[in-house]
Design a binder for this molecule. Structure first.
Ligand code: NCD
Ligand code: ZN
Length: 376
């Protein structure tokens, strides 16, 4: 159980939870990587770093080299995060490569992006799950490799275009079920699921071979929130959905069903790419305050209990066969309305910053109500 302390009036003062894990974080490369990696590693037990750098991580060697760079930053800071890798799904992946990555024990999954360029950052340089060859998927099953799937498609099979709010729905009802049925033993993680249809798909597989990560932004916000002064910060793919979808996500996340767990999709962009015209703004939310945001969502649902521990700290580790945090390895979340949004981060050598979700220069900021120290 997380240790919750309360004030005399019953309000929450602090929450101590086992060190959480994050199966989905972007740390980029170059100066941006140096700037953001400490924040992505902080307070994190296990992290899978995403492969949509330029060029994407398409080989075991490239992925290992990249992991080495992230570990160099980790070791310099003295952080204990277990950093894991994933390959960018493309048609050059062979069964032999799947065996090689499994042998590393550090590259634990293949990440599938939508097939079309521009659907989100770095998409369109590979193939989606449904175009992946049967022998590669068979090798993944045999070697216990997970497929992490960004489940969206922008046209129906007959060529009809799909607007952003419909892309995941269609994928979950008309694309993914066929792969699921054809390969019942394949371990699939629906990444950043956002819809009623995604929850139903996971629910419909009692084998436990289908799981889903849920981001804090999709638990807390709906499409109307794009009207907030910091609305551009919320722009990420899959796009924020409707109140009915958010209700389904909250229900799944707080149900105690261990197939649903945290995964942030924290994805930094320099502010020049996020500010300005909404249509042109880059996709991706920068979430150095991810633990506070999840705490806010679970607090609002009245579920700061063992279900929160599972969602944040245990379910992903158990599903991947990774060690749980030791009993004394905890993170303290304090109720703190004064300093709840971390400041923007400078990018050395660039006259720009990375802005956390909800930030404005004025008092118009998102109020989270909780904060966590990041020590590094
Ligand atoms: C991600 C990014 O910026 O790397 N953007 C996003 O909209 N979530 C890409 C991704 O989807 O993983
Ligand atoms: Zn992502």
């Amino acid at each position: 159980m997380p240790l919750v302390t309360t004030a005399d009036d019953g309000s929450v003062k602090s929450v101590k939870l086992p060190r959480p894990s994050n199966p989905h974080g972007h740390v980029r490369d170059g100066a941006l990587r140096e700037a953001v990696t400490p924040w992505v590693l902080a307070n994190t037990k296990h992290l899978i770093v995403m492969p949509n750098v330029d060029p994407p991580l398409k080989t075991v060697e490239a992925s290992l080299t990249y992991l080495g760079e992230v570990e160099r930053i980790r070791d310099r800071l003295g952080l204990g995060t277990n950093v894991l890798g994933t390959l960018y799904n493309h048609d050059g992946i062979t069964p032999k490569m799947i065996e090689q990555m499994a042998a590393t024990k550090r590259i634990v999954s293949v990440k599938c992006y939508p097939a079309k360029a521009g659907m989100t950052t770095g998409s369109g340089q590979g193939i989606p799950l449904e175009q992946t060859s049967d022998d590669v998927l068979r090798a993944a099953i045999d070697n216990n490799i997970v497929y992490q799937v960004h489940g969206e498609v922008d046209t129906m099979k007959d060529g009809t275009p799909l607007e952003p709010a419909m892309r995941e729905r269609y994928y979950m009802t008309d694309v993914l079920p066929y792969v699921r049925d054809a390969h019942p033993d394949l371990r699939i993680s629906v990444e950043h699921g956002t819809t009623v249809q995604a929850v139903r798909l996971v629910d419909g597989d009692p084998s436990g071979k289908t799981v889903m990560t849920i981001t804090p932004q999709h638990l807390l916000f709906v499409d109307d929130d794009f009207m907030q002064p910091w609305g551009n910060d919320l722009k990420c793919m899959p796009i924020l959905k409707w109140p009915t979808d958010r209700a389904a996500l909250i229900k799944a996340a707080t149900s105690g069903d261990r197939r649903f767990f945290a995964g942030t999709d924290t994805a930094p962009h320099p502010s020049r790419k996020k500010r300005g015209d909404f249509q042109l703004a880059a996709n991706g939310c920068w979430l150095p305050h991810w633990i506070s945001l999840y705490t806010q969502a679970f607090h609002a649902a009245g579920k700061l209990d063992s279900v929160f521990d599972d969602f944040m700290s245990y379910s992903f580790a158990d599903w991947m066969g990774l060690p749980r945090p030791e009993p004394d390895d905890t993170v303290l979340v304090t109720c703190d309305t004064a300093h709840d949004i971390p400041a923007p981060i400078n990018i050395e050598g660039e006259d720009d910053v990375v802005i956390p979700l909800g930030w404005t220069e004025t008092g118009n900021r998102l109020r989270v109500g909780f904060s966590v120290r990041a020590d590094f």
